[in-house]
Design a protein. Structure first.
Length: 319
């Protein structure tokens, strides 16, 4: 079954409004902000298997724009139900064949609609059991994803927590001189999967990969400049759109000065006051705004199973 067929089947099979027992009543849903965390709200009472009203989807979209991540509790979905729910919020992200991303398939040149973020299922596992450093998904593509949903199915006994960084808050905390210095800068984030392909047996998220490309170094893959300070398309809030470890380069900027500025900003964005760490429970779906957050993962024992499933949603050109 192709990805397109799978998505079409999910929408075809989705519950309809004329089936009262399969309709989610908006009054059943509670959205509780995490006032003691840098970002996030918890969603109770939502059954993602049911048909959703415009009122519910608008409420969830507004909450996502405000809180940046939504933690939806106690779900029990198959892949088609999961896809049907995600499709309320946008089209499925698809990269071009010449711009690889996590789980890009050799036959299609694109990832599957539902990506197993796992060490547990054998063929088709992605990300293994090691640490993943803070990053935004698909930042090296011309049209990075708007957001992603990650659904917990199997969890290890220890480790594997996921953290999110509020990059709006990180930008707001900068001093005025730094804001003036960076507001108009363009940043290229180089594709870690191209470097992975050029280093057989390597790790796309390895700590020893270059963190800044100097002009005497080769360029691997395509280069797509995006604003270092990104504007959220719905709220207009500004965010510092920079990961912590992937190879980057400031456009039309002197090498040493650019490297030093990026190091300074990465140290700033890594401060714990901008982050929230999620301790997963089976049945959790975390839905995050990929435009103004970074996410990372703690390692976990290789002999313990962890299976989550990710769906990413198409985005637009950053500005």
């Amino acid at each position: 079954m192709t990805s397109l067929t799978q998505l079409s089947q999910a929408i075809h099979d989705a519950p309809r409004w004329h089936q009262p027992d399969q309709f989610q009543h908006p009054d059943d849903i509670q959205i509780i902000p995490q006032h003691d965390a840098a970002l996030g709200a918890v969603v109770y009472g939502l059954d993602a298997r049911k048909a959703q009203s415009g009122e519910t989807i608008l409420k969830l979209k507004q909450a996502l724009a405000e809180h940046l991540i939504l933690i939806i509790k106690q779900q029990a979905l198959d892949d088609l139900q999961y896809l049907a729910f995600a499709s309320y919020f946008g089209a499925i992200f698809r990269s071009s064949p010449d711009t690889p991303v996590l789980a890009t398939q050799a036959d299609t040149g694109t990832p599957p609609d539902v990506v197993p973020v796992s060490n547990a299922v054998g063929q088709g596992d992605y990300t293994g059991h090691g640490e993943l450093t803070p990053h935004a998904d698909h930042q090296w593509t011309p049209l990075p994803s708007f957001g992603s949903l990650l659904y917990a199915i199997e969890l290890p006994q220890e480790g594997g927590q996921t953290s999110w960084i509020n990059t709006i808050q990180a930008y707001a905390a900068l001093d005025d001189d730094t804001k003036a210095q960076i507001d108009q800068l363009q940043l290229i984030t180089y594709n870690p999967f191209v470097r992975f392909q050029n280093n057989k047996g390597g790790n796309a998220y390895a700590r020893n990969m270059p963190k800044y490309r100097f002009k005497d170094q080769p360029i691997l893959g395509h280069a797509y400049p995006h604003p270092l300070v990104r504007t959220h398309p719905e709220t207009g809030r500004k965010a510092l759109w920079l990961n912590t470890h992937t190879e980057v380069e400031l456009v039309n900027y002197e090498d040493q000065a650019g490297n030093q500025l990026i190091e300074k900003l990465r140290a700033h964005i890594s401060k714990p006051e901008f982050a929230y760490e999620h301790h997963w429970e089976v049945g959790d779906i975390v839905f995050w705004d990929n435009q103004v957050t970074l996410h990372s993962r703690r390692p976990f024992p290789a002999d313990q199973r962890r299976l989550l499933k990710r769906i990413s949603l198409a985005g637009s050109r950053p500005f």
